[in-house]
Ligand binder design. Sequence first.
Ligand SMILES: [Zn+2]
Length: 92
Amino acid sequence: MSVCARCDREFNAWALSLKGSPFGGHVICQKCRAVATRGSKRPAAKFTEYDIVQIRKRNAAGESQKSLAREYGVTDSNINLICRRRSWRHVA
Ligand SMILES: [Zn+2]
């Protein structure tokens, strides 16, 4: 077992594919890792799968990609990629 450097909870470091020794340096649990990597590194993570479905539906119903982009706080091209299924292709 190892102790997470962020939340101080014990977790099984062996379950993670950590580089180097899991006991050296700062080790963080899977939950904290997910929080830490959310955001700027993965822009698509701004959305949930539900959002993607809504965006495509509303665009198909005639809402402009520009107004959807403004509402979700992303760029027009981001919405465009979603509507053209160039991103989030795994979502129906
Ligand atoms: Zn943690």
